[in-house]
Design a protein around this ligand. Structure first.
Ligand SMILES: [Cu+2]
Length: 186
């Protein structure tokens, strides 16, 4: 392209399109979580890697999210890695010390297709209203290219560079939760 201004205009158009039209990797639901509650989460993959089809998705379960169960899906082979949590947690009156740390879906999703991935989990009392619970996702495609949706710094990075923002679920402000939290402060 000879004209540098045309090139710049085209680059601006492309970046505006990719950030506003494509949803990248993000949660479809729920709109918010509550501490000490179970939840069902659905996240979506809306494109492959630079045209290549997606072959696997690995989601990392953050500390403080326990009892993770993926929903079986006939189109994807689901595997998981288990391990000890950094601390023990209480869930329905029972102590939980270990569980699922990562979930991997293997299969094929073309670049021009869309899919959703579902799991069930429990948010412990580690979190409070206003927190963001990040679930880093690594997307691996057919030519071994990868997209890393793994940044948990709070910055909004969706440039499709080496590292992009991880999908997250916000923790809802809970009046009772805030109340009991304050009561413990002296
Ligand atoms: Cu994207």
């Amino acid at each position: 392209m000879k004209n540098p201004f045309l090139k710049l205009a085209l680059a601006l158009t492309l970046s505006a399109t990719s950030s506003s039209v494509l949803a990248h990797v993000s949660f479809v639901s729920p709109s918010g979580l509550q501490a000490n509650k179970s939840f069902k989460a659905v996240f979506s993959i809306s494109h492959g890697c630079e045209g290549e089809p997606t072959r696997s998705i690995t989601l990392t379960v953050p500390e403080g999210v326990i009892a993770v169960k993926p929903r079986p899906d006939s189109r994807w082979k689901i595997s998981r890695s288990n391990g000890d949590y950094a601390q023990s947690y209480q869930r329905y009156g029972k102590e939980v010390k270990s569980g699922v740390k990562t979930l991997t879906w293997e299969g094929k999703l073309e670049d021009d297709e869309y899919d959703e991935f579902t799991f069930h989990a429990y948010l412990t009392s580690d979190f409070k209203g206003g927190d963001k619970v990040y679930f880093p996702v690594v997307q691996t495609c057919a030519n071994n290219s990868q997209l890393n949706w793994t940044d948990t710094s709070g910055k909004d990075i969706h440039g499709h560079g080496d590292v992009n923002s991880a999908p997250y679920l916000p923790v809802l402000e809970n009046h009772q939760q805030e109340h009991s939290h304050k009561a413990h402060k002296h």
